[in-house]
Write a protein that binds this ligand. Structure first.
Ligand code: COA
Length: 166
């Protein structure tokens, strides 16, 4: 999957699917972006072996400028539903529209593969995230326990959000 979206015309952007050679860069980017969750995770968000498993199971879409990784998102086909996770933008490049490029790429990938909805989960302690995802067309539909394999140092739960893909 490739494309060359450009936000302001000054930067040539490329979206492509990750391969095993991107493992270290993806792991580093996610853990840098998810520092914001350290107050309840108490540790890094993800290990390299977990990223490797996801590359094998689904698709990481990468957003690059030149050779520089600006962001990534995990997209997995689950029947008619597309699962989105681990959306990350390089902290120094946030608030510039890059996550919208990644989310649009993930949703387009789902549509091309027959999905009728996209779904994602946010931790309830991140109160800024539901308004952000609502802005992108998602709505809260349920709550869930955090998976047992994710360590946490504060009580928290997940909020499930979905968007119809038309
Ligand atoms: C969340 C995150 C991905 C957002 O990335 P970003 O590149 O800064 O976001 P963008 O600049 O692309 O914003 C996309 C849109 O959302 C809007 N937006 C951003 N924050 C918002 C908020 N709190 N409420 C409502 N809208 C918001 C922006 O104004 C923009 O709108 P527009 O495209 O209509 O102009 C980024 O902050 C990040 O990597 N955070 C750490 C990891 C994380 O929390 N991931 C999500 C876990 S579920």
């Amino acid at each position: 999957m490739t494309g060359q979206p450009s936000i302001d015309g000054n930067e040539e952007l490329l979206v492509r699917a990750a391969g095993p050679e991107d493992l270290a860069a993806i792991t580093g980017l996610i853990n840098k972006a998810f520092q914001v969750e350290r107050f309840f995770l108490g540790s890094d968000r993800i290990r390299a072996d977990e990223v490797r498993a996801r590359i094998a199971q689904g698709t990481f879409l990468l957003l690059l400028s030149g050779g520089t990784l600006l962001g990534c998102v995990y997209a997995e086909l689950r029947g008619t539903s597309g699962f989105i996770g681990l959306l990350s933008v390089e902290p120094q490049r946030q608030k510039a529209g890059f996550s919208r490029v990644l989310m649009t790429a993930a949703e387009d990938y789902f549509r091309r593969n027959g999905c009728r909805q996209a779904e994602l989960r946010v931790v309830n302690l991140r109160i800024e995230l539901p308004p952000y995802y609502r802005h992108l067309g998602y709505r809260e539909i349920a709550t869930e326990e955090l998976p047992a394999e994710i360590a946490r140092i504060l009580p928290c739960h997940l909020i499930v959000m979905t968007k119809a893909l038309v």
